[in-house]
Design a protein around this ligand. Structure first.
Ligand SMILES: N[C@@H](CCC(=O)N[C@@H](CS)C(=O)NCC(=O)O)C(=O)O
Length: 284
C-alpha cells in the first residue's frame, strides 16, 4: 500500500474530513476503474474532481496531498492512499462483502494488477495519440513549476520526474509510431494470454468478476475507442468487453456514454486525425 503519512500532507484540512473521499477526474483511466469498483460494491463516497485538463493537479493544494500530481487519491478518515490498485486492495479489505478478489487470494491478483499497472505508460501512449489529440499538452510554465516543487517526501519527488519526462517529450515529439508499436506489442502479449483463458472461463480470473476485469475493461475501452480491431484479433475478449460495457456500473464511468456504433465512428475519425492507424501499426 502506498500511504502518505499525515505529517507529510501539506494541505492539512483534508486530514479532518470524515468518511471516504476520492480525488479523481472523469476521464482519468485509474479514476474510472475505482469508480466502477465503488459502483459495484455500492460504497458511498464524496467526490473531489481535480481537472487534469486545466492543470488543477499541479495546484499547490493538490501537490500538498500527492506530490506526484496524480489522481486518484483516497482519503479515508484522514488516511491518505495513492496508487489505484493499492486503493482497490485497501477498499476490498475494508468492504469484504461481494468480493472482487477470487478466493481471497491476494498474491495472484497482486501480481496481475502489477502487470496491468506496468502498462500504464502504454495506455497513455495510445490515449494521447488517438483519443486526446492536442488536449493532453501541458502548459510549459506549469510543468516547470511542477518539476521544481519540493514536498517532504523525496521518493515521491523523484518518482514525479517520470511524469515530467513524459509530458515534456509529448510536447516536443508527440507519441511516435515506434512508441505506439511497442505499446501495442505489450498489450498483445497480455491479450494473447487472456484470449485463451476466456475460451474456458467467463472472466479473466475464473468464473467470477474480479478487480482484474475492471482494470482491463478500462484499457480495452481505450484501445477500442482508438480503433484496435478486437473483433478480428481477440473475439473472446471483444465479447467479454461488450458484456461489461452493457452494464450500467461500467458504462456510465467511461468517457462519453455513447452507443457503440458512435464510438466506432469516433474511432475512425480520431484515427484519421492521428496519422497511421492502430491497425497499420500492429506488427504481429
Ligand atoms: N499508477 C498510478 C497512475 C496514476 C495516473 O497516472 N493517473 C493519471 C490519470 S489516469 C494522472 O493523474 N495524470 C496526470 C495528468 O494527466 O496530468 C495509479 O494507478 O494510480
Amino acid at each position: 500500500m502506498v500511504q502518505i503519512p499525515s505529517d507529510q500532507i501539506k494541505s492539512r484540512e483534508i486530514l479532518n474530513w470524515k468518511g471516504l473521499h476520492l480525488f479523481h477526474f472523469r476521464t482519468s483511466s485509474c479514476s474510472q476503474k475505482l469508480r466502477i469498483y465503488l459502483n459495484l460494491k455500492k460504497i458511498s463516497w464524496t467526490p473531489h474532481s481535480i481537472n487534469l485538463a486545466t492543470g488543477k493537479n499541479y495546484s499547490e493544494f493538490f501537490l500538498g496531498i500527492n506530490p506526484k500530481g496524480l489522481v486518484p487519491v483516497l482519503v479515508d478518515d484522514g488516511r491518505v492512499e495513492i496508487e489505484s490498485n493499492d486503493i482497490l486492495m485497501y477498499l476490498e479489505d475494508k468492504f469484504p462483502e461481494n468480493p472482487l478478489v477470487p478466493d481471497s487470494d491476494t498474491t495472484e491478483i497482486g501480481t496481475l494488477l502489477k502487470e496491468e499497472d506496468d502498462l500504464h505508460e502504454d495506455i497513455r501512449n495510445i490515449a494521447y495519440r488517438y483519443m486526446f489529440g492536442g488536449l493532453g499538452k501541458k502548459d510549459p510554465d506549469e510543468l516547470d513549476a511542477f518539476e521544481k516543487y519540493k514536498s517532504s517526501n523525496s521518493e515521491l519527488d523523484y518518482l514525479k520526474l517520470k511524469e515530467v519526462k513524459f509530458y515534456k517529450s509529448f510536447r516536443e515529439n508527440g507519441i511516435t509510431d515506434e512508441a505506439v508499436k511497442n505499446s501495442l506489442n505489450n498489450f498483445c502479449k497480455c491479450y494473447d494470454k487472456f484470449e485463451s483463458l476466456l475460451n474456458k472461463q467467463k472472466y479473466l480470473m475464473g468464473k467470477n468478476l474480479s478487480m482484474l476485469d475492471l482494470a482491463w475493461f478500462i484499457y480495452t475501452y481505450r484501445l477500442y475507442v482508438s480503433g484496435f480491431p478486437f473483433k478480428d484479433r481477440y473475439p473472446k475478449m471483444s465479447e467479454w468487453f461488450l458484456d461489461l460495457y452493457s452494464r450500467k456500473e461500467f458504462f456510465k464511468e467511461v468517457n462519453d456514454p455513447l452507443p457503440l456504433k458512435l464510438i466506432r465512428l469516433y474511432a475512425k475519425t480520431s484515427t484519421s486525425l492521428s496519422g497511421k492507424s492502430i491497425k497499420a501499426l500492429l506488427t504481429k
